[in-house]
Structure formats: structure tokens, C-alpha cells
Design a protein around this ligand. Structure first.
Ligand code: DC
Length: 223
């Protein structure tokens, strides 16, 4: 396959993007970029420092002082670092999920992260995962996928994920959170979530992770 390939995987929360994107990256020997974690890291900073996101000057200053990076641990799991502090678990907390969707509506934050994402992906051979990868950040990506699943399946998966992270939440709580985030992510003015016209849409409701990965791999290998 040619060098410098960019593969984008977009979709709503709980559709399985993260697991699938990591597996595809591993199969191809590519790097993997979790852009949701970047929004979450900024949300955590805003939360901790009580930053008024309507104060553009203060916000710009905060962003300039923010350094988000990733590293792999011994088990090849990705760790998220905010100004060198490991915040991998903390950014998954439900209140940070909500706040990350809120701050993602801000143009200044999206512009800042778009630049960072393009810089990280400049050499290609990368799988990028998020809401606006194939549509706004990498409109010329080599392969674009949009991964979706039914709301009940997404709620089930998200709840399981939270449980694995030691967070208990009822079905109703998770459903309310996912629906609110879906609405906000799809209806915001800046880079709303929607499939790129040239994206391959994959419904993972009845697919195992392996089956979804196979589907994506077969599209990539067909080229
Ligand atoms: O994928 P996630 O659940 O970790 O993302 C958290 C929030 O970040 C999501 O509700 C919207 C925002 N986000 C975004 O606006 N654009 C992206 N590329 C990734 C995430």
C-alpha cells in the first residue's frame, strides 16, 4: 500500500469507533489518534480551573498553556497526558463526557484541535477517530468510514465501558447522556457530526468487533 495514508473513522458515542479504530491501526501497523480524548482533556482543564469558556482571551491563554500528548503503556494501551499528568481514567468520567460535548461547540477550541490533529497526522499512516475527521479535519483522507449502531446497543456498550472503568450508571442515565450528546454533536454550528458524502457507512449493531474490523479491512485492501 502507498505511504502516508490517512484513514478516518467518525460516528456517535458507543458505536464502537475506538475499539475498531485501534484494531485497524494495529493490523496495518499505523498509529492511532483518539480525538475525543483531546476534547475530553480540554474539558477536564476547563472543569478543574473553572475557565469561563465565553471569555475568549482567557480561553486562548489556557489553550496556549495546554499540552496534550499520548503515550503507550506496557500493554500497548494509549495513555492520555495533560501537561504531563496522566488523565486517562479521569477524562472518562460522565461529567467530563458532557462537558467535552459542550466545549466542542466552540470555534476557538475546534480550531486549536484541528491544527494539532493535522500536525500529528502530517506524515500519514494513521487511523484518526472522532466526529469530524472525514468531513472537516481530513476532507482529503484516503479512506473514510462512518460507524453507527442502534441507540439501545450503544447504551449497552457505553454502560459496559463505564463499568469496566469502575463507574456505575443506570441504563436510563446512560441513555439520557448519549441522546443529549448525539443531539448537541449533530446540531452544533461548528463541524457537526454527519457522515462525509464519500464515507463507507458501517452499522455495527449486529456485528462483533472482529466482523466490523474485517469489513473495514476489506474496503482498504480492495484498493
Ligand atoms: O468520542 P468521545 O465520546 O470521547 O468524544 C467526546 C466529545 O468530544 C463528543 O461528545 C464530541 C467531542 N468531539 C468532537 O466534537 N469532535 C471530535 N473529533 C471528537 C470528539
Amino acid at each position: 500500500m502507498k505511504k502516508g495514508v490517512i484513514i478516518t473513522i467518525d460516528g456517535p458515542s458507543g458505536a464502537g469507533k475506538g475499539t475498531i479504530a485501534r484494531a485497524v491501526a494495529k493490523r496495518l501497523g499505523y498509529s492511532y489518534m483518539d480525538t475525543g480524548a483531546m476534547y475530553r482533556a480540554i474539558a477536564l482543564l476547563v472543569h478543574r480551573d473553572n475557565v469561563n469558556i465565553d471569555d475568549e482571551k482567557k480561553l486562548s491563554r489556557t489553550l496556549l498553556e495546554t499540552h496534550i500528548s499520548f503515550k503507550r503503556d506496557r500493554n500497548s494501551n494509549l495513555r492520555v497526558l495533560l501537561n504531563k499528568e496522566d488523565v486517562t481514567e479521569e477524562i472518562r468520567r460522565p461529567e467530563i463526557s458532557k462537558l467535552s460535548s459542550d466545549i466542542a461547540t466552540y470555534k476557538a477550541i475546534r480550531g486549536y484541535l484541528k491544527k494539532m490533529q493535522r500536525r500529528i497526522a502530517r506524515n500519514g499512516d494513521i487511523v484518526t477517530e472522532g466526529r469530524d475527521m472525514g468531513t472537516y479535519v481530513f476532507p482529503d483522507a484516503d479512506f473514510k468510514f462512518y460507524v453507527d449502531a442502534s441507540i439501545s446497543e450503544r447504551v449497552r456498550r457505553r454502560r459496559l465501558q463505564l463499568k469496566e472503568g469502575g463507574i456505575r450508571a443506570s441504563l436510563e442515565e446512560v441513555k439520557t447522556d448519549i441522546k443529549a450528546r448525539d443531539k448537541q454533536d449533530k446540531e452544533r454550528k461548528e463541524a457537526p457530526l454527519h457522515p462525509a458524502p464519500d464515507a463507507v457507512i458501517i452499522d455495527t449493531t449486529r456485528l462483533t468487533v472482529d466482523e466490523a474490523v474485517e469489513k473495514i479491512m476489506s474496503v482498504i485492501m480492495e484498493e
